[in-house]
Write a protein that binds this ligand. Sequence first.
Ligand code: GRG
Length: 288
Amino acid sequence: MTNVERITAALQAYMKAEMPEELRKAMEYSLLAGGKRLRPMLCLSACEMTGGQLETALPLACALEMIHTYSLIHDDLPCMDDDDFRRGRPSNHKVFGEANALLAGDGLLSFAFEVMLSEGPKHVAVAPRYYEAAAEIARGAGVNGMVAGQWKDLANEKNPSADAATLTDIHTRKTGALITAAVLAGGMAGKADAAEMKALRAFGAHFGVLFQITDDLLDVEGDEKTVGKTLGKDAAHEKLTYPALYGVSASRRMAEEEARLAEDALAPFGERAVWFIELTEQTLTRTF
Ligand code: GRG
């Protein structure tokens, strides 16, 4: 079984918990619709790279994917980005209605914390920093992380005076914070020492920017079928993005520079970082 299959199997198992059937359907519709499973993979891989047990990181990884999926459902709502397609199928609110989509997102967010916290006692003896990892995920998702980034993103639509510092701040929070939390949580579930945690943080920061720049570029140059969502929306909403501020070629060069910095940050791990290096290279040329 690959790690992506392990994550999907664990998500399916968690979703068998008792809850109203219609709510389960709405949550599963988006959670089990595919997606790259990037954040949970970062978490599991950081745990493995730092000498930890995969089972310890699995509840944290699943919680990351639930939180990420809730953010996508809410982001697609008409009151936010108003997107009709996500993960290659109609957005959650198109199928279940706005109120139910809102609740499916709320359900995934709260269930993420239920899973992380209720699984803790099983893992804390082998991973004493397990709850610290859960707190890191909460910070990444929360009021100074992803939620703050989304807030600032919406506040800066159609803002002609928005500058490079604002762009960096928005994306460091909106995309980077949960990605960084994923690798840090993996390191805490593993046996990362202080120097390795510092390296993971630096990798997360640069990889997060790289991921966001390539996301912005896909919105300009990607293929809708392959990406699985409506493209060209950033320009339509007059969003502050890398291509809008710097142009496509300069954005591509910035992505290459962030990839180099992300790979440099992995130096302390030597050969053990091979999965992260490959991921970074693939992200540079990703088509979805
Ligand atoms: C609603 C609080 C709240 C936050 C929303 C995730 C997000 C913040 C907005 C989505 C819009 C967007 C394009 C964000 C930047 C990059 C990003 C997070 C893309 C989606 O993540 P992927 O590519 O998606 O990992 P999959 O479907 O593969 O999991």
